[in-house]
Design a protein around this ligand. Sequence first.
Ligand code: PA5
Length: 481
Amino acid sequence: MKPWNDPTWKNAMRVRLAMGNVFEEAVGPEGGITRVQLESLYDRLRAIQREIAVKREAGALPFLDLPKQEISSILACVEQNRPKFETFVVLGIGGSALGNIACHTALRHPYHNFLPADSRGGMRIEVADNIDPDRITGLFDTLDLPRTLFNVITKSGSTAETASTFLAVKKLLQDHPRIGPGWREHVIVTTDPVAGDLRKFASREGLVSFDIPQGVGGRFSVLTPVGLLSAAMSGIDIEELLAGAADAVEYHARVPAEKCPAFAGAALHYLMYNHARAPKRLAVMMPYSHALKDVADWFRQLWAESLGKEKALDGTIVNVGPTPIKALGVTDQHSQVQLYIEGPNDKLFTFIETETFRNDLVLPSDNDLADLGAFNYFAGKTLGQLLHAEQKATTLALTRRQRPNMTFSMKEVRPYTVGQLFMLLEIQTVVAGALFGINPFDQPGVEAGKVATYALMDRPGYENEKRAIEQEISAQAEWVL
Ligand code: PA5
């Protein structure tokens, strides 16, 4: 039996939230909130939980149903392609890239791409999520094209970065002496089931394709084929990933809202943002696990694009949204923590910790260094112990200086716990959206930037927009030093 099928795994979250250090008794009135403030939100949280259940029932929150999706076509595609290809390159950006990167960093060997094929357990993964020409041509330099499979991912089917990179890749494949007309076998498309130019093109050319379910936006799409295909290609157990996410959904539907980490997390962010004495408008996520560093990057987009909004649901201008910041323990202790401890008290910290690591390293005793205090106390201790000690030390230092902090903890980083964490943070985002009174699923600011790019690059249909931009630019005062 797979461990997550054990009934005892079904009734508890494997990712827990420790939140004692957000209250006034731990971090004082400048840093903390009172328990009464949190309790005063319980009714609202329960109402949001009911609203979520109703919307889910009506099919309006399809990201919550992703854990139950059929994955046989993804697994079949992996089976078919893994023997033929060595490298899997994702072409995508934003929600069509960050989940892939997060899964890969969390769940594969930290040097996965450098391992020989027989110990790697899956294809090499690259994610081309920036169009900087040095980066893209640099990536092309490393690829053995006949052994490379590309996955073009764009929900809209038209994002300029992805469309342009795909054009370059298609030419590269077609020009290759051993590929030419066989380029179609090297391309898999993941896009909207019906709409968009990429869907049109995939149908016309008969390309292998996967659907991003309608109603699931980019930043909520890690558990669709967007994230699952590259995960499975690299050897991640996606069945387990989805099992973790499924249990997180059920837990947050069944258990009273105030006892659920996603609801509590959202409430704390909301209260801290509106803190009467010292508002915490910045939200730092700091995993103490290198494997989880890109989960913080994925979350940064989820939190920023979902909550950063000009208008409330009723149309009033609110210009609301906490600014997410990613940091990494212990690396950023030597970069950011001075600011965090002594700078403005305007941040809420979320640590993520894992009790165990896939490997640990016992430090040796060394006679050459035995008389030197900087070295000799390590003998017999592990790097994992040192990392945990440093995390405790940072938490303590922040708490002493009245900086509110909370911690998501898990026993181990594995597909099940990562699936739970993804889902927990997605639900937390939706709950926070409800508390802030905004729509967490749109991104009008990003769309405006996309339109301006199309205009500046002469995309047909955007002529008026181009004229408006040119007028604006010519009216801008030049001030160049
Ligand atoms: O969350 C979102 O919707 C965005 O960040 C998109 O993922 C991003 O803009 C890329 O869009 P697309 O998948 O349409 O290329």
